[in-house]
Design a binder for this molecule. Structure first.
Ligand code: ITT
Length: 197
């Protein structure tokens, strides 16, 4: 099958490569394989709306193939579920992962926040080659660490400790992430659905 990922995030692409490795006939591409591709602004009000924007924009230039788009982010209880849909750009439009992490840790100390519970969420939209639209969701609960630890992964991995673990996602690494994360859960649901068609 030919599957196109509606993302330019290299960390996500690495994780999809692992999660999809059992599909033996898979030909995997991303929007970055189309030099003229221009993403649309992610101006939806929910993770689902933003995932639809990404998947639909790629479908418009690549009809008749499998398309997968996802929007994901971090909801921190003590920050009224922020950064939420603004997770990628929390510290500004071109913010790096380190700048986003620094802003998050700062927001939790300006007014000391005791409740560090948080969850990663992922909303995934798949278009089949015939244009059917499928939706999948995943979430991973945990806590925000007081300082970054670990080198693996991307985004907020160095400050996210999954429930029941003592290490961050950046220390636990791809073996753990490919089985347990918001993205892995939504992807497994897609793979299950794929078996049924
Ligand atoms: P695309 O829109 O091109 O897919 P993006 O990075 O902008 O890439 P999102 O809009 O979905 O993606 O933003 C999600 C952000 O949430 C992402 O940039 C990370 O900062 C964070 N994030 C999502 N999943 C994560 C994970 O598994 N580990 C760490 N951080 C994650």
């Amino acid at each position: 099958m030919e599957l196109w990922l509606a993302t330019s995030n290299k960390g996500k692409v690495s994780e999809y490569k692992i999660g999809l490795r059992d599909l033996t006939d898979l030909k995997l591409f991303t929007q970055n394989d189309i030099p003229s591709f221009t993403p649309r602004p992610e101006d939806g009000k929910t993770f689902l709306e933003n995932a639809q924007i990404k998947a639909r924009t790629l479908k418009a230039v690549k009809p008749g193939v499998w398309i997968l788009g996802e929007d994901s982010g971090l909801e921190v209880e003590g920050l009224n579920n922020l950064p939420g849909i603004h997770t990628a750009r929390y510290a500004g439009p071109k913010a790096s992962d380190n700048e986003n992490i620094a802003k998050l840790l700062k927001m939790m100390t300006i007014r000391p926040i005791q409740n560090r519970r948080a969850r990663f969420v992922c909303s995934t939209v798949v278009f089949t080659p015939t244009g059917e639209e499928w939706h999948f969701e995943g979430a991973l609960s945990g806590n925000i660490a007081t300082k970054p630890s670990g080198q693996m992964g991307f985004g907020y991995d160095p400050v996210f400790v999954p429930e029941g673990q003592t290490q961050t996602l950046a220390e636990l690494g791809p073996g753990y992430k490919s089985q347990n994360t918001h993205r892995a859960i939504a992807l497994k649901a897609f793979l299950e659905k794929l078996k049924s068609v």
